[in-house]
Write a new protein. Structure first.
Length: 143
């Protein structure tokens, strides 16, 4: 059973762009993509959590963060219901790295065509980002 059973998960997601490409993360066992970041710990500031996650996952520092949206995501995973709130930020890093520091995940920069066709979760966040790429307007969406 997940440690978040019957709880809200507050997640922070980094949208990292480089030369028209977007950085995505892939769980090696599951095969789908998602966005760098992770869980916000109780009492942790959002900016500190983003910096911690980027350092843990990519071994680089955050230079700038800009809030771009929120995704309310309710889904089932392995037969268990989850509910997460994703706070989404455009993140500029010290270096455009994509070498994973964690064994269970790998990173890739996708161009917009590959991004559009890829299996990326949450689906509502992927759709919101496709719109955000065009209009740069803050978004809120639910799935």
């Amino acid at each position: 059973m997940s440690p978040y059973h019957n709880q809200f998960e507050v997640c922070i997601r980094a949208i990292i762009l480089d030369k028209g490409r977007i950085l995505v993360c892939r769980n090696k066992k599951k095969g789908y993509y998602f966005f760098p970041g992770g869980h916000l710990k109780f009492g942790e500031r959002v900016d500190n959590a983003l910096a911690r996650e980027i350092k843990e996952e990519l071994d680089t520092a955050v230079k700038k963060i800009s809030f771009i949206g929120v995704v309310d995501n309710i889904f089932k995973k392995d037969g268990e219901k989850h509910h997460e709130i994703n706070l989404v930020f455009e993140v500029k890093t010290k270096e455009a790295r994509h070498q994973s520091q964690e064994n269970h995940i790998e990173f890739a920069f996708l161009n917009k065509k590959d991004f559009t066709g890829a299996r990326i979760y949450p689906i509502a966040l992927k759709k919101a980002l496709l719109k955000w790429f065009r209009n740069k307007k803050i978004f809120w969406t639910s799935q």
